[in-house]
Design a protein around this ligand. Structure first.
Ligand code: EPU
Length: 430
Protein backbone atom coordinates (compact mmCIF):
# COMPACT_ATOMS: atom_id res chain seq x y z
CA UNK A 1 0.00 0.00 0.00
CA UNK A 2 1.19 3.50 -0.79
CA UNK A 3 2.08 5.48 2.27
CA UNK A 4 0.52 8.86 2.96
CA UNK A 5 2.16 11.45 0.73
CA UNK A 6 0.69 14.51 2.37
CA UNK A 7 2.19 15.41 5.72
CA UNK A 8 -0.22 15.08 8.57
CA UNK A 9 -1.35 18.71 8.69
CA UNK A 10 -4.32 21.01 8.87
CA UNK A 11 -7.34 20.93 11.07
CA UNK A 12 -10.92 22.02 10.53
CA UNK A 13 -13.21 22.82 13.42
CA UNK A 14 -16.81 22.58 12.38
CA UNK A 15 -19.98 23.21 14.38
CA UNK A 16 -22.77 20.88 13.44
CA UNK A 17 -26.36 21.33 12.33
CA UNK A 18 -25.56 24.20 9.96
CA UNK A 19 -27.69 25.12 6.93
CA UNK A 20 -26.56 25.93 3.39
CA UNK A 21 -28.56 28.73 1.85
CA UNK A 22 -27.59 30.83 -1.17
CA UNK A 23 -25.58 30.35 -4.34
CA UNK A 24 -22.51 28.20 -4.81
CA UNK A 25 -20.52 28.33 -8.07
CA UNK A 26 -18.62 25.30 -9.31
CA UNK A 27 -15.00 25.76 -10.44
CA UNK A 28 -13.10 24.18 -13.33
CA UNK A 29 -12.42 20.44 -13.18
CA UNK A 30 -9.25 19.41 -11.35
CA UNK A 31 -9.07 16.10 -13.19
CA UNK A 32 -9.33 17.86 -16.58
CA UNK A 33 -6.91 20.64 -15.97
CA UNK A 34 -4.12 18.40 -14.64
CA UNK A 35 -3.72 16.19 -17.75
CA UNK A 36 -4.33 19.24 -19.96
CA UNK A 37 -1.46 21.06 -18.26
CA UNK A 38 0.76 18.00 -18.73
CA UNK A 39 -0.12 18.03 -22.44
CA UNK A 40 1.13 21.63 -22.73
CA UNK A 41 4.66 20.19 -22.79
CA UNK A 42 3.90 19.10 -26.36
CA UNK A 43 4.05 22.62 -27.80
CA UNK A 44 6.52 25.52 -27.72
CA UNK A 45 3.71 27.95 -28.34
CA UNK A 46 1.70 29.86 -25.78
CA UNK A 47 -1.30 28.15 -24.17
CA UNK A 48 -4.00 30.09 -22.37
CA UNK A 49 -6.11 27.97 -20.03
CA UNK A 50 -9.29 29.38 -18.52
CA UNK A 51 -11.52 28.25 -15.66
CA UNK A 52 -8.50 26.81 -13.84
CA UNK A 53 -9.25 26.17 -10.14
CA UNK A 54 -6.91 27.63 -7.55
CA UNK A 55 -6.13 24.37 -5.76
CA UNK A 56 -2.89 22.84 -4.51
CA UNK A 57 -2.83 20.09 -7.18
CA UNK A 58 -2.76 22.78 -9.89
CA UNK A 59 0.08 24.51 -8.03
CA UNK A 60 1.97 21.21 -7.96
CA UNK A 61 1.48 20.83 -11.72
CA UNK A 62 2.71 24.42 -12.20
CA UNK A 63 5.89 23.47 -10.30
CA UNK A 64 6.31 20.43 -12.55
CA UNK A 65 5.82 22.44 -15.74
CA UNK A 66 8.33 24.99 -14.48
CA UNK A 67 10.89 22.30 -13.81
CA UNK A 68 10.32 21.04 -17.38
CA UNK A 69 11.24 24.46 -18.75
CA UNK A 70 7.93 26.32 -18.97
CA UNK A 71 6.96 29.63 -17.46
CA UNK A 72 3.50 29.70 -15.98
CA UNK A 73 1.65 32.82 -14.91
CA UNK A 74 -1.74 32.92 -13.28
CA UNK A 75 -4.15 35.85 -13.52
CA UNK A 76 -7.32 35.01 -11.57
CA UNK A 77 -8.65 31.76 -13.09
CA UNK A 78 -6.46 31.92 -16.20
CA UNK A 79 -3.06 30.32 -16.72
CA UNK A 80 -0.59 31.53 -19.33
CA UNK A 81 1.85 28.74 -20.15
CA UNK A 82 4.91 29.54 -22.28
CA UNK A 83 8.27 28.12 -23.14
CA UNK A 84 11.24 29.49 -21.23
CA UNK A 85 14.92 29.39 -22.20
CA UNK A 86 15.67 26.30 -20.18
CA UNK A 87 14.55 22.90 -21.46
CA UNK A 88 14.78 20.11 -18.93
CA UNK A 89 14.21 16.42 -19.27
CA UNK A 90 14.25 15.66 -15.54
CA UNK A 91 11.36 16.11 -13.12
CA UNK A 92 12.50 15.82 -9.50
CA UNK A 93 10.88 13.84 -6.70
CA UNK A 94 9.55 16.71 -4.61
CA UNK A 95 6.60 17.93 -6.75
CA UNK A 96 5.89 14.48 -8.24
CA UNK A 97 5.58 12.76 -4.86
CA UNK A 98 2.59 14.93 -3.98
CA UNK A 99 0.37 13.92 -6.84
CA UNK A 100 -0.13 10.92 -9.07
CA UNK A 101 -1.33 12.99 -12.06
CA UNK A 102 2.17 14.44 -12.33
CA UNK A 103 3.29 11.22 -14.00
CA UNK A 104 1.33 12.30 -17.11
CA UNK A 105 4.26 14.53 -18.08
CA UNK A 106 6.51 11.51 -18.62
CA UNK A 107 5.32 10.54 -22.13
CA UNK A 108 5.13 14.12 -23.50
CA UNK A 109 8.54 14.97 -22.06
CA UNK A 110 10.12 11.88 -23.63
CA UNK A 111 8.57 12.67 -27.02
CA UNK A 112 9.87 16.26 -26.92
CA UNK A 113 13.32 15.67 -25.38
CA UNK A 114 13.95 12.10 -26.62
CA UNK A 115 15.05 11.16 -23.10
CA UNK A 116 13.53 11.84 -19.69
CA UNK A 117 13.86 11.09 -16.00
CA UNK A 118 10.69 11.44 -13.93
CA UNK A 119 10.13 10.46 -10.29
CA UNK A 120 7.51 7.80 -9.66
CA UNK A 121 4.28 9.45 -8.48
CA UNK A 122 2.57 9.72 -5.11
CA UNK A 123 -0.94 11.06 -4.51
CA UNK A 124 -3.76 10.24 -2.14
CA UNK A 125 -3.41 7.16 -0.03
CA UNK A 126 -5.71 4.96 -2.12
CA UNK A 127 -4.13 1.54 -1.91
CA UNK A 128 -1.79 0.18 -4.55
CA UNK A 129 -1.79 2.46 -7.60
CA UNK A 130 0.68 1.13 -10.13
CA UNK A 131 1.57 2.71 -13.49
CA UNK A 132 2.02 -0.52 -15.46
CA UNK A 133 -0.72 0.35 -18.02
CA UNK A 134 1.03 3.66 -18.70
CA UNK A 135 4.46 2.07 -19.15
CA UNK A 136 3.16 -0.81 -21.32
CA UNK A 137 1.12 1.51 -23.56
CA UNK A 138 3.99 3.97 -24.00
CA UNK A 139 6.32 1.08 -24.86
CA UNK A 140 4.12 0.34 -27.88
CA UNK A 141 4.65 3.96 -28.93
CA UNK A 142 8.42 3.46 -28.85
CA UNK A 143 9.16 4.66 -25.31
CA UNK A 144 11.45 2.31 -23.41
CA UNK A 145 11.23 2.76 -19.65
CA UNK A 146 13.63 1.68 -16.95
CA UNK A 147 12.70 2.07 -13.29
CA UNK A 148 15.62 2.68 -10.94
CA UNK A 149 15.81 4.16 -7.44
CA UNK A 150 12.29 5.60 -7.57
CA UNK A 151 12.73 7.23 -10.98
CA UNK A 152 11.52 6.23 -14.43
CA UNK A 153 14.11 6.74 -17.17
CA UNK A 154 12.60 7.06 -20.65
CA UNK A 155 14.10 6.86 -24.10
CA UNK A 156 12.18 7.05 -27.36
CA UNK A 157 13.00 5.17 -30.54
CA UNK A 158 11.13 5.41 -33.85
CA UNK A 159 8.70 2.53 -34.32
CA UNK A 160 8.47 0.57 -37.51
CA UNK A 161 4.72 0.02 -37.53
CA UNK A 162 2.28 2.58 -38.89
CA UNK A 163 -0.53 1.26 -36.69
CA UNK A 164 -0.37 0.53 -32.97
CA UNK A 165 -3.07 -1.32 -31.01
CA UNK A 166 -3.29 -0.89 -27.26
CA UNK A 167 -5.93 -2.67 -25.24
CA UNK A 168 -6.18 -1.66 -21.60
CA UNK A 169 -6.91 -4.46 -19.09
CA UNK A 170 -8.93 -1.91 -17.12
CA UNK A 171 -10.26 1.45 -18.38
CA UNK A 172 -7.70 3.48 -16.42
CA UNK A 173 -8.30 7.22 -16.55
CA UNK A 174 -4.65 8.18 -16.14
CA UNK A 175 -3.32 5.59 -18.60
CA UNK A 176 -5.89 6.56 -21.26
CA UNK A 177 -4.95 10.22 -20.89
CA UNK A 178 -1.22 9.58 -20.84
CA UNK A 179 -1.17 7.32 -23.90
CA UNK A 180 -3.64 9.51 -25.79
CA UNK A 181 -1.60 12.66 -25.18
CA UNK A 182 1.72 11.05 -26.07
CA UNK A 183 0.37 9.42 -29.25
CA UNK A 184 -0.71 12.77 -30.74
CA UNK A 185 2.90 13.58 -31.67
CA UNK A 186 4.02 10.15 -32.87
CA UNK A 187 4.02 11.47 -36.41
CA UNK A 188 2.57 9.18 -39.10
CA UNK A 189 1.46 6.51 -36.64
CA UNK A 190 -2.18 5.58 -36.04
CA UNK A 191 -2.76 4.54 -32.40
CA UNK A 192 -5.92 2.69 -31.40
CA UNK A 193 -6.70 2.49 -27.69
CA UNK A 194 -9.33 -0.11 -26.87
CA UNK A 195 -11.22 -0.40 -23.57
CA UNK A 196 -10.15 3.12 -22.74
CA UNK A 197 -11.76 5.20 -20.00
CA UNK A 198 -14.69 7.43 -21.03
CA UNK A 199 -14.67 10.01 -18.24
CA UNK A 200 -15.74 13.54 -19.31
CA UNK A 201 -12.25 14.76 -18.37
CA UNK A 202 -10.84 12.54 -21.13
CA UNK A 203 -13.18 14.16 -23.67
CA UNK A 204 -12.04 17.55 -22.40
CA UNK A 205 -8.38 16.61 -22.86
CA UNK A 206 -9.01 15.18 -26.34
CA UNK A 207 -10.98 18.30 -27.38
CA UNK A 208 -8.10 20.44 -26.09
CA UNK A 209 -5.56 18.41 -28.07
CA UNK A 210 -7.66 18.51 -31.25
CA UNK A 211 -7.93 22.28 -30.94
CA UNK A 212 -4.10 22.33 -30.77
CA UNK A 213 -3.98 20.47 -34.09
CA UNK A 214 -4.08 16.82 -32.99
CA UNK A 215 -6.19 14.32 -34.90
CA UNK A 216 -8.21 12.25 -32.41
CA UNK A 217 -11.35 10.29 -33.26
CA UNK A 218 -13.78 8.32 -31.11
CA UNK A 219 -13.92 10.90 -28.32
CA UNK A 220 -16.43 9.81 -25.67
CA UNK A 221 -16.26 6.13 -26.66
CA UNK A 222 -14.24 3.19 -25.39
CA UNK A 223 -12.16 3.12 -28.59
CA UNK A 224 -10.06 6.18 -29.29
CA UNK A 225 -8.04 6.54 -32.49
CA UNK A 226 -5.14 8.96 -32.68
CA UNK A 227 -3.48 9.86 -35.98
CA UNK A 228 -0.05 11.20 -35.00
CA UNK A 229 0.84 14.65 -36.34
CA UNK A 230 4.12 16.65 -36.60
CA UNK A 231 3.29 19.67 -34.53
CA UNK A 232 0.79 21.06 -32.05
CA UNK A 233 -0.03 24.76 -31.66
CA UNK A 234 -0.75 27.23 -28.90
CA UNK A 235 -4.45 27.82 -28.13
CA UNK A 236 -6.89 29.47 -25.76
CA UNK A 237 -9.08 26.89 -23.97
CA UNK A 238 -11.71 26.79 -21.22
CA UNK A 239 -11.82 23.78 -18.91
CA UNK A 240 -15.15 22.02 -18.11
CA UNK A 241 -16.81 22.33 -14.66
CA UNK A 242 -15.73 19.97 -11.90
CA UNK A 243 -18.39 17.24 -11.63
CA UNK A 244 -16.99 15.92 -8.35
CA UNK A 245 -17.00 19.32 -6.65
CA UNK A 246 -20.56 19.74 -7.96
CA UNK A 247 -21.57 16.27 -6.73
CA UNK A 248 -20.09 16.94 -3.30
CA UNK A 249 -22.12 20.14 -2.91
CA UNK A 250 -25.29 18.49 -4.26
CA UNK A 251 -24.94 15.81 -1.58
CA UNK A 252 -24.32 18.59 0.95
CA UNK A 253 -27.60 20.16 -0.27
CA UNK A 254 -29.46 16.89 0.31
CA UNK A 255 -28.09 16.89 3.87
CA UNK A 256 -28.24 20.53 4.98
CA UNK A 257 -29.51 22.61 2.05
CA UNK A 258 -32.16 25.29 2.42
CA UNK A 259 -32.85 26.47 -1.12
CA UNK A 260 -29.20 25.93 -1.99
CA UNK A 261 -28.45 26.80 -5.63
CA UNK A 262 -25.42 25.20 -7.26
CA UNK A 263 -24.39 26.95 -10.47
CA UNK A 264 -22.15 26.10 -13.39
CA UNK A 265 -22.66 22.34 -13.41
CA UNK A 266 -22.80 19.99 -16.38
CA UNK A 267 -25.80 17.82 -15.49
CA UNK A 268 -24.99 15.26 -18.17
CA UNK A 269 -21.74 14.45 -16.34
CA UNK A 270 -23.69 13.83 -13.13
CA UNK A 271 -26.36 11.46 -14.43
CA UNK A 272 -25.32 8.54 -12.24
CA UNK A 273 -25.59 10.73 -9.13
CA UNK A 274 -28.97 12.20 -10.10
CA UNK A 275 -30.46 8.79 -10.90
CA UNK A 276 -29.26 7.49 -7.51
CA UNK A 277 -30.83 10.51 -5.76
CA UNK A 278 -34.10 9.83 -7.64
CA UNK A 279 -34.03 6.22 -6.47
CA UNK A 280 -33.51 7.42 -2.90
CA UNK A 281 -36.45 9.85 -3.20
CA UNK A 282 -34.23 12.91 -2.74
CA UNK A 283 -35.72 16.00 -4.34
CA UNK A 284 -33.86 18.57 -6.39
CA UNK A 285 -34.71 20.98 -9.13
CA UNK A 286 -32.46 20.83 -12.15
CA UNK A 287 -32.61 23.56 -14.80
CA UNK A 288 -29.91 23.88 -17.44
CA UNK A 289 -26.58 24.23 -15.72
CA UNK A 290 -27.88 24.83 -12.22
CA UNK A 291 -29.57 22.78 -9.54
CA UNK A 292 -31.56 23.84 -6.49
CA UNK A 293 -31.67 21.50 -3.54
CA UNK A 294 -32.90 21.46 0.06
CA UNK A 295 -32.41 18.92 2.81
CA UNK A 296 -34.42 15.77 2.28
CA UNK A 297 -33.63 14.29 5.69
CA UNK A 298 -37.11 15.03 7.07
CA UNK A 299 -38.69 12.88 4.30
CA UNK A 300 -39.08 9.13 3.94
CA UNK A 301 -35.98 8.20 1.98
CA UNK A 302 -34.97 4.87 0.47
CA UNK A 303 -31.81 2.97 1.29
CA UNK A 304 -29.99 1.89 -1.84
CA UNK A 305 -27.16 -0.06 -3.46
CA UNK A 306 -24.11 1.80 -4.76
CA UNK A 307 -21.44 0.14 -6.88
CA UNK A 308 -18.61 2.40 -7.98
CA UNK A 309 -17.53 1.93 -11.60
CA UNK A 310 -15.70 3.71 -14.39
CA UNK A 311 -17.75 6.45 -16.10
CA UNK A 312 -20.69 6.45 -16.83
CA UNK A 313 -21.00 4.35 -13.64
CA UNK A 314 -21.15 5.83 -10.15
CA UNK A 315 -17.87 7.69 -9.46
CA UNK A 316 -15.52 6.45 -6.78
CA UNK A 317 -14.78 10.14 -6.09
CA UNK A 318 -18.33 10.60 -4.71
CA UNK A 319 -18.51 7.32 -2.82
CA UNK A 320 -17.43 8.65 0.61
CA UNK A 321 -19.74 11.66 0.40
CA UNK A 322 -22.68 9.34 -0.45
CA UNK A 323 -21.76 7.13 2.48
CA UNK A 324 -22.40 10.08 4.80
CA UNK A 325 -25.84 10.64 3.27
CA UNK A 326 -26.73 6.94 3.38
CA UNK A 327 -25.64 6.69 7.01
CA UNK A 328 -28.64 8.89 7.85
CA UNK A 329 -31.23 7.00 5.79
CA UNK A 330 -33.43 4.42 7.43
CA UNK A 331 -32.68 0.84 6.33
CA UNK A 332 -29.59 -0.84 4.90
CA UNK A 333 -27.50 0.57 2.06
CA UNK A 334 -24.61 -1.37 0.59
CA UNK A 335 -21.72 0.43 -1.03
CA UNK A 336 -19.18 -1.50 -3.07
CA UNK A 337 -15.91 0.21 -3.95
CA UNK A 338 -14.59 -1.29 -7.16
CA UNK A 339 -11.84 1.15 -8.15
CA UNK A 340 -9.53 1.75 -5.19
CA UNK A 341 -8.72 -0.79 -2.50
CA UNK A 342 -8.23 1.72 0.31
CA UNK A 343 -11.23 3.96 -0.05
CA UNK A 344 -13.30 2.63 2.82
CA UNK A 345 -11.03 3.97 5.55
CA UNK A 346 -13.64 6.62 6.27
CA UNK A 347 -15.90 3.97 7.85
CA UNK A 348 -14.06 4.01 11.19
CA UNK A 349 -14.24 7.79 11.29
CA UNK A 350 -17.97 7.90 10.53
CA UNK A 351 -18.58 5.24 13.18
CA UNK A 352 -16.76 7.51 15.66
CA UNK A 353 -19.47 10.03 14.81
CA UNK A 354 -22.23 7.55 15.59
CA UNK A 355 -22.78 5.95 12.18
CA UNK A 356 -23.43 2.20 11.98
CA UNK A 357 -21.27 0.92 9.13
CA UNK A 358 -19.52 -2.42 8.76
CA UNK A 359 -16.75 -3.19 6.29
CA UNK A 360 -16.61 -6.55 4.55
CA UNK A 361 -13.85 -7.96 2.31
CA UNK A 362 -12.08 -4.59 2.19
CA UNK A 363 -14.40 -3.27 -0.51
CA UNK A 364 -17.95 -3.49 0.79
CA UNK A 365 -19.61 -1.11 3.25
CA UNK A 366 -22.83 -2.16 4.90
CA UNK A 367 -24.50 1.00 6.08
CA UNK A 368 -27.39 0.74 8.55
CA UNK A 369 -29.07 4.12 8.83
CA UNK A 370 -29.01 5.98 12.15
CA UNK A 371 -31.12 8.97 13.20
CA UNK A 372 -28.25 11.40 13.76
CA UNK A 373 -24.47 11.75 13.75
CA UNK A 374 -22.61 13.45 16.57
CA UNK A 375 -19.47 15.57 16.40
CA UNK A 376 -16.14 13.93 17.26
CA UNK A 377 -12.42 14.28 16.54
CA UNK A 378 -11.76 12.44 13.27
CA UNK A 379 -8.92 11.87 10.82
CA UNK A 380 -9.05 12.39 7.04
CA UNK A 381 -6.93 10.14 4.83
CA UNK A 382 -7.47 11.49 1.33
CA UNK A 383 -9.08 14.29 -0.64
CA UNK A 384 -12.57 12.83 -0.88
CA UNK A 385 -12.67 11.51 2.69
CA UNK A 386 -11.80 15.05 3.84
CA UNK A 387 -14.80 16.38 1.92
CA UNK A 388 -17.06 13.61 3.19
CA UNK A 389 -16.04 14.19 6.81
CA UNK A 390 -16.77 17.88 6.34
CA UNK A 391 -20.31 17.00 5.17
CA UNK A 392 -20.73 14.67 8.15
CA UNK A 393 -19.51 17.40 10.51
CA UNK A 394 -21.95 19.94 9.08
CA UNK A 395 -24.99 17.71 9.62
CA UNK A 396 -23.89 16.23 12.99
CA UNK A 397 -24.90 17.40 16.44
CA UNK A 398 -22.07 19.21 18.23
CA UNK A 399 -18.52 20.03 17.19
CA UNK A 400 -16.22 17.99 14.94
CA UNK A 401 -12.48 18.39 14.58
CA UNK A 402 -11.22 17.01 11.27
CA UNK A 403 -7.49 16.34 11.48
CA UNK A 404 -5.14 15.96 8.53
CA UNK A 405 -7.60 17.90 6.41
CA UNK A 406 -5.11 19.64 4.09
CA UNK A 407 -5.95 17.08 1.40
CA UNK A 408 -9.15 19.05 0.84
CA UNK A 409 -7.22 21.97 -0.69
CA UNK A 410 -5.97 19.63 -3.42
CA UNK A 411 -9.40 19.56 -5.01
CA UNK A 412 -11.81 22.13 -3.57
CA UNK A 413 -11.15 25.72 -4.56
CA UNK A 414 -11.63 28.38 -1.85
CA UNK A 415 -13.76 26.01 0.19
CA UNK A 416 -13.98 28.25 3.26
CA UNK A 417 -15.07 31.23 1.16
CA UNK A 418 -17.57 29.25 -0.92
CA UNK A 419 -19.18 27.80 2.20
CA UNK A 420 -19.20 31.20 3.90
CA UNK A 421 -21.17 32.57 0.94
CA UNK A 422 -23.93 30.05 1.70
CA UNK A 423 -23.96 30.81 5.41
CA UNK A 424 -21.62 28.06 6.64
CA UNK A 425 -18.79 28.72 9.03
CA UNK A 426 -15.78 26.47 9.31
CA UNK A 427 -12.50 27.28 11.05
CA UNK A 428 -9.20 26.16 9.58
CA UNK A 429 -5.96 25.84 11.58
CA UNK A 430 -2.58 24.99 10.05
N1 EPU B 1 -4.36 0.93 -12.38
C1 EPU B 1 -3.44 -0.07 -12.59
N2 EPU B 1 -2.38 0.19 -13.40
C2 EPU B 1 -2.20 1.40 -13.99
C3 EPU B 1 -3.15 2.42 -13.77
C4 EPU B 1 -4.23 2.15 -12.96
O1 EPU B 1 -3.57 -1.17 -12.08
O2 EPU B 1 -1.21 1.57 -14.72
C5 EPU B 1 -5.52 0.65 -11.49
C6 EPU B 1 -5.47 1.53 -10.24
O3 EPU B 1 -4.69 0.96 -9.25
C7 EPU B 1 -6.93 1.61 -9.85
C8 EPU B 1 -7.65 1.57 -11.19
O4 EPU B 1 -6.71 1.07 -12.15
O5 EPU B 1 -7.31 0.50 -9.11
C9 EPU B 1 -8.17 2.90 -11.67
O6 EPU B 1 -7.13 3.85 -11.71
P1 EPU B 1 -7.14 5.03 -12.77
O7 EPU B 1 -5.87 4.98 -13.53
O8 EPU B 1 -8.42 5.02 -13.53
O9 EPU B 1 -7.14 6.29 -11.82
P2 EPU B 1 -6.17 7.53 -11.83
O10 EPU B 1 -5.93 7.98 -13.23
O11 EPU B 1 -5.02 7.26 -10.96
C10 EPU B 1 -8.11 9.27 -11.83
C11 EPU B 1 -8.47 10.46 -10.99
C12 EPU B 1 -8.91 9.99 -9.62
C13 EPU B 1 -10.13 9.09 -9.80
C14 EPU B 1 -9.78 7.93 -10.73
C15 EPU B 1 -10.96 7.03 -11.03
C16 EPU B 1 -7.08 12.20 -11.87
C17 EPU B 1 -5.96 13.13 -11.68
N3 EPU B 1 -7.33 11.34 -10.89
O12 EPU B 1 -7.06 8.61 -11.12
O13 EPU B 1 -9.28 11.15 -8.90
O14 EPU B 1 -10.54 8.60 -8.56
O15 EPU B 1 -9.26 8.43 -11.96
O16 EPU B 1 -11.99 7.74 -11.59
O17 EPU B 1 -7.76 12.25 -12.88
C18 EPU B 1 -9.69 12.41 -6.96
O18 EPU B 1 -9.97 13.35 -7.70
O19 EPU B 1 -9.93 12.40 -5.73
C19 EPU B 1 -9.05 11.22 -7.54
C20 EPU B 1 -8.41 10.31 -6.81
Amino acid sequence: MESLRIDNTGKLIVSGMQQANGILEISGAKNSVLPIMAACILTDEKIILRNVPDISDVNTMIEILESSGKTVNRVKDTLYIEKSEKINSEIPYEPVRKMRASFNVYGPLTVINKISKVALPGGCSLGARPVNFHIDGLMKLGIESKIEHGFVYGKIKPIEKSEVHISLDFPSVGATEHILTTATLIDGVKTIINNCAMEPEIDDLANFLNKMGANIEGIGTSKIIIHGVKKLHGIDYKVIPDRIEAGTFIIMGALIGKNLTIKNINAEHLESLFSKLDEMNIEYNLKGNEVKISSSLNKKLNATIIDTAPYPGFPTDLQSQMMVLCSLIDGRTTIKENIFSNRLSIIDELNRMGANIKAENNNLAIVDGVRFLSGAPVQATDLRSSAALLLAALVAEGETIINNVDHIFRGYEKIEEKLKNVGIKIEYYE
